[in-house]
Write a protein that binds this ligand. Structure first.
Ligand code: UD1
Ligand code: MG
Length: 462
């Protein structure tokens, strides 16, 4: 079946009380409208049209790479008027057009696909649900045989119609050619003086086009975001679903209510995640990985058996971070882009690693910085030591051979090479290469002055 997808995103979102257009507010790290685009993407629409209005420049800028085309709606005269603006951009050869809402982010691909299938290019298919409190929504009016006759907006509804609990979710699929004809014929003779897309239902009925109603798998799919409270509610529902899916795959979460996944989290067997962890971008946790409480991890691959202790921040940005098998990281460690830790590497508290490789068994356990360094196997990198990798204009690398021992509080001024098996005395500033297997010191010699006495306090004058 060939499809168009129309996403309505022109509304203001007054109740968000924000300068940011409503559909650009984020849920699980992605904008609301991006969620809708991502859900629609597997439908492989010939055309995806996003209707923009309020904050159009920002919305179009944010979605520039999505492949969607934009139709501007200024001013906003209702949902029917919105679809009118999309008509010129529709692919008229696509027999079915699916209308989605930019502020209803958790619609599932499967639901949109079944709605499109229910339309099949011939019927008008509405996504509806029953609500205990339908206040504010368009009601589904059915005839004696249960056939759909129309949608009446809350403000236009009679008292009897307001008792109807089946509501229109704002999502439909229509035969493209008929949709084009119907929206062209809309009038705004209603309480709100708007062009209601929902009026096409009565037009379809009048033409003898069958109107079918389908329901989503879960109510969460059709909840809209109008306020920060609703946004937070949807975020929790979404995170709950993610947590359930992880646990069903065998991941042990200390508390599913205290996990946030804002991207892709791939887990092997026997992964354990303690409370208050945030995963962003693409994170892979291999078999047996344990993540301590309060870690924030973005764009990283953690190999089997590695342990990330509490309060560790890992941000791979674009370059990524790799943590090798059996490595121990944290507590309070920071791994930045290009940190590549080999097997059994230990990174302890207040250690920062950026754009550096550490070979198997290397250790930096306390208060240290490794930037632009290549560290050999089993190196011991002392507390308080840093690589001075930046000369104010350029970055340079530090090479540390296998089995070297860097004492505490050393400054390795790059570019510099420490030979394998070398020992660097604590407190040294090393600006020249240090040979293998020797002790290198670069600090003032310690002196003690015999006969020296402390100054005494002078008696007060006067
Ligand atoms: C609409 C439906 C109502 C349904 C409800 C579900 C109509 C007439 N009514 O009502 O039956 O129960 O959604 O939430 O369609 N938008 C534009 N341009 C406009 C107006 C709206 O792009 O001129 C966009 C909004 O940004 C939003 C969507 O369309 O994403 C729905 O608009 P909204 O004002 O929320 O419609 P409702 O009055 O709630
Ligand atoms: Mg609404």
């Amino acid at each position: 079946m060939a499809l168009n997808v129309v996403i309505m995103a022109a509304g203001k979102g007054t109740r968000m009380k924000s300068a940011l257009p409503k559909v650009l507010h984020r849920l699980a790290g992605r904008s609301l409208v991006q969620h809708v685009l991502d859900a629609a993407s597997p439908l492989k629409a010939l055309r995806t049209v996003v209707i923009t209005g309020h904050g159009a420049d920002a919305v179009e800028g944010a979605l520039g790479a999505s492949g969607a085309v934009f139709a501007r709606q200024m001013p906003q005269l209702g949902t029917g008027h919105a679809v009118q603006q999309a008509v010129p951009a529709l692919d008229k050869t696509a027999d079915t057009t699916v209308v989605l809402n930019g502020d209803v982010p958790l619609i599932r691909t499967s639901t949109a696909a079944s709605l499109a299938a229910a339309c099949g290019g011939v019927h008008l298919a509405l996504l509806t649900i029953e609500l205990a409190d339908p206040t504010g929504y368009g009601r589904i009016v059915r005839g004696p045989a249960g056939q759909v006759l129309g949608i009446v907006e809350h403000k236009d509804a009679s008292d009897a119609q307001r008792d109807i609990r089946e509501i229109y979710t704002g999502i439909l699929a229509a035969p493209t050619q008929a949709l084009v004809r119907w929206v062209a014929a809309l009038k705004n003779d209603n309480v709100q003086k708007e062009y209601y897309l929902t009026d096409i239902v009565a037009m379809a009925v009048a033409e003898g086009v069958k109107v079918v109603a389908a329901q989503p798998a879960s109510d969460t799919e059709v909840l809209g975001v109008n306020s920060p409270v609703q946004l937070a509610d949807l975020e929790r529902r979404y995170q709950h679903e993610r947590a359930e899916a992880l646990m069903e795959a065998g991941v042990r979460l200390a508390d599913p209510a205290r996990l946030d996944v804002r991207g892709e989290l791939l887990c092997g067997a026997d992964v354990e995640i303690d409370v208050n962890c945030v995963f962003e971008g693409c994170v892979t946790l291999a078999d047996g990985v344990r993540i301590g409480a309060n870690c924030v991890i973005r764009n990283a691959q953690i190999a089997a058996g590695a342990v990330i202790h509490p309060f560790t921040h890992i941000d791979g940005e674009a370059a990524g971070v790799k943590v090798g098998p059996g490595a121990l990281v944290g507590p309070f460690a920071r791994l930045r882009p290009g940190a590549d830790l080999g097997a059994e590497v230990h990174i302890g508290n207040f250690v920062e690693v950026k754009n550096s490789t550490l070979a198997a068994g290397a250790k930096a356990n306390h208060l240290a910085y490794l930037g632009d360094a290549d560290v050999g196997e089993r190196v011991n990198y002392g507390a308080g030591s840093i690589t001075a990798n930046y000369d104010g204009a350029n970055k340079h690398r530090t090479l540390i051979g296998a089995d070297a021992h860097i004492g505490s509080n050393c400054v390795l001024v790059a570019p510099v090479t420490i030979g394998s098996g070398a020992t660097i005395g604590g407190g040294s500033t090393i600006a020249k290469d240090a040979p293998a297997n020797q002790l290198t010191l670069a600090r003032a010699r310690q002196v003690s002055l015999p006969g020296w006495t402390r100054p005494k306090k002078s008696p007060p004058k006067g």
